[in-house]
Design a protein around this ligand. Structure first.
Ligand code: URA
Length: 288
C-alpha cells in the first residue's frame, strides 16, 4: 500500500522512527499536495526545488537524539519558514501507521518539546501536545493554538474556552475524556495573536502525525484556523458551520471555536448540536 500523494511505502514498525523524523522536517511541511500554508513558488522556479540535495538513504534530518543534545549545548536559530506569499495546499495523512500508539505519541511529543522550527518554540512556556482518548476510530477535536492557561499548564483547552468546551460537551451528552483534543499550533502565539501561515506550515506536520497515529473516525474542527488547516476552506463561518467535509474518508465537522462563543453566546446551541452530531457520526461508524 502506498500514500496516494507521495507513493511512499506503507508504515511498518521499522519505518515509524523514520516517519517521526520526517514529521519534524520542514521539507515535509512544505511538500506537495497539502492543505496548509506553503511558500508560493516564484515564477519560473521549478516545483519541488526546496529540498537540499542528499545522498540516497540519507534522512532529511539528523538523528533527533543528536539534535536534542546539540540543542542543549548551543541554541540553534529559529527555523521560521522564509517570508513571502503563502498559498494553501492539501494536507494528506498516511493511514498505514501500525505500531504502539502510546509510544508513537510519546516520541512525537518529545519532538514537539524540543521543536524550534518557528519562533514560538522560544517564546512559549510549555508546548501543548494534545490529550485524551487514543483508541482507534475515536473523535478528535482540533482547536487553534494554546492560550495563556494552556501555555502554563501544557494542556489544551484548560482556560476559559476550555471550561466552556467542557460544558458544551456535557450538553452534547459527552465528556472530554471521550475525545482526543489537539491544536493546529503546539505553542502559544504571544499575546494570543492569530497563528501566522508560516507557523502553521512549520507545525502542521505534528497534527498530521497525530492523525496518522490516532486514526480518528470523526474530526471536529473548532474555528476557522482549524478548518482552514484541515480542509483549506476559507468561506465565512456562517457558511461553513454545521457542514462536513471529507478528509481522506474522515468526516471533518466544522463548527465555531468555544472562544468565539464567549463573545457570541447566541451560537451556543448550534455548537452543541454540531458536537452531538459528531458523536452520532462516530456511533454510526462504530456500529458499521
Ligand atoms: N484555544 C485553542 O484553540 N486551543 C486551546 O488549547 C485553548 C484555547
Amino acid at each position: 500500500m502506498t500514500d496516494a500523494s507521495n507513493d511512499k511505502p506503507a508504515w511498518t514498525p521499522k519505518r515509524i522512527a523514520a516517519g517521526l523524523r520526517e514529521a519534524v522536517s520542514l521539507e515535509g511541511a512544505w511538500s506537495g499536495s497539502q492543505w496548509l500554508a506553503c511558500p508560493a513558488r516564484p515564477p519560473g522556479k521549478p516545483r519541488g526545488g526546496v529540498a537540499p540535495a542528499r545522498a540516497e538513504g540519507q534522512s532529511a534530518l539528523p538523528d533527533p537524539v543528536q539534535m536534542r543534545s546539540a540543542d542543549a549545548k548551543q541554541p540553534t536559530p529559529a527555523r521560521t519558514p522564509p517570508p513571502g506569499k503563502f498559498v494553501v495546499r492539501r494536507l494528506t495523512v498516511n493511514d498505514q501507521f501500525k505500531g504502539d500508539k502510546g509510544d508513537a505519541l510519546r516520541t512525537l511529543a518529545e519532538e514537539v518539546a524540543v521543536c524550534k522550527r518557528c519562533a514560538l518554540g522560544r517564546s512559549r512556556t510549555k508546548p501543548v501536545f494534545g490529550v485524551g482518548r487514543t483508541e482507534d476510530k475515536g473523535i478528535m477535536l482540533v482547536g487553534e493554538a494554546p492560550g495563556h492557561d494552556e501555555d502554563v499548564q501544557g494542556e489544551p483547552f484548560v482556560g476559559a474556552a476550555g471550561q466552556l468546551l467542557d460544558k458544551l460537551l456535557e450538553r452534547a451528552k459527552a465528556h472530554r475524556s471521550d475525545v482526543y483534543i489537539g491544536n493546529v499550533l503546539k505553542c502559544r502565539p504571544p499575546s494570543n495573536r492569530m497563528p501566522q501561515p508560516a507557523e502553521v506550515a512549520a507545525c502542521i506536520v505534528f497534527l498530521r502525525r497525530q492523525m496518522e497515529i490516532l486514526k480518528p473516525a470523526v474530526i471536529c474542527a473548532l474555528g476557522r484556523h482549524a478548518i482552514r488547516a484541515l480542509t483549506g476552506r476559507e468561506e465565512p463561518m456562517s457558511v461553513l458551520r454545521g457542514t462536513t467535509e471529507k478528509f481522506q474518508g474522515i468526516p471533518v465537522l466544522m463548527t465555531f471555536h468555544p472562544a468565539y462563543l464567549l463573545r457570541n453566546p447566541a451560537e451556543t446551541d448550534n455548537v452543541v448540536a454540531d458536537l452531538a452530531r459528531a458523536f452520532s457520526l462516530f456511533r454510526e461508524k462504530s456500529n458499521a
